[in-house]
Design a protein around this ligand. Structure first.
Ligand code: OAD
Length: 238
């Protein structure tokens, strides 16, 4: 007899959007093989060369705008709408493919390409297709517009909410993430400490693989829909 779950926390990473044509970070041809993290994903890099950083995120925003959700995003949206318990979706991704698939209340812990943030007054607004060093904050009119994404050295968004959901969940699932970036890589430990079952769905074992109770390996578009179908079946049988 399978366990019945009431509250599921799902963490997604770049691997879930790979089959939608968006590059991951740490694969051989990944973004971090082509760009230095220090240059494009840190506050110091932005201070040194804002145009380079804006160009990097403008290109990613343009690419993400053309991408379509794949079967894995769609399966998670179906889970959110059909599961009788709670399904909390946390993503490290800055694309909007979960929302495009129909998911709601997605916690974007690393921010989103769709947003602009004023580094001067913290005002947030929908990002235009291109941000530049000349982009004005609509509230304080300073030229301190930046992408509303979280860089290395900054505190991820929604952490209080996420940690409290991990403390009260009974199933934690990590999908398409290499487990190399904290705090997300530590979510499995928080869930385990709360007594939750943990499962990893990934192309290959992640850096945190040994800390999960269970795992499925393969392409997200195949293993995520299969896992969702299984979970919904179990729940309907109980
Ligand atoms: P990574 O690029 O580190 O890891 C992607 C994971 O997805 C790897 O374990 C791949 O094996 C797996 N993968 C690749 N293709 C897949 C597929 N088709 N199906 C399933 N899995 C697949 O990306 P993240 O773990 O998301 O942060 O990276 C975490 C953070 O590091 C990002 O949010 C970003 C980055 O630096 C910031 O920029 C702050």
């Amino acid at each position: 007899m399978q366990a019945m779950y009431d509250k599921v926390v799902i963490l997604t990473g770049a691997g879930i959007s790979a089959e939608s044509g968006l590059g991951t970070f740490r694969d051989a041809q990944g973004l971090w093989a082509q760009h230095r993290i220090e240059d494009v994903a840190t506050p110091a890099g932005f201070a040194r060369n804002p145009d380079l950083v804006q160009a990097f995120y403008n290109a990613r925003r343009a690419q993400a705008a053309l991408a379509q959700p794949n079967a894995a995003h769609l399966a998670l949206a179906q889970l959110q709408s059909s599961f009788p318990g709670e399904v909390i979706l946390v993503t490290q991704n800055v694309d909007a493919l979960h929302e495009a698939a129909g998911s709601v209340s997605v916690l974007h812990m690393h921010g989103t390409l769709a947003g602009a943030l004023c580094a001067s007054c913290n005002h947030r607004w929908p990002a235009p297709p291109e941000l530049s060093s000349n982009s004005l904050c609509p509230q304080c009119h300073s030229t301190a517009a930046r992408p509303d994404v979280v860089w290395f050295g900054e505190i991820p968004y929604h952490m209080d909410r996420i940690l409290s959901d991990l403390e009260t969940c009974d199933l934690f699932v990590a999908i398409g993430t290499s487990g190399q970036v904290y705090p997300a890589a530590g979510f499995v430990d928080a869930a385990t400490a709360a007594g939750a079952k943990t499962i990893e769905l990934n192309l290959e074992p992640s850096a945190t693989h040994s800390r999960f109770d269970d795992a499925r390996f393969g392409r997200a578009s195949a293993i995520v829909p299969a896992w969702v179908a299984e979970l919904l079946d179990e729940r309907n049988r109980d």
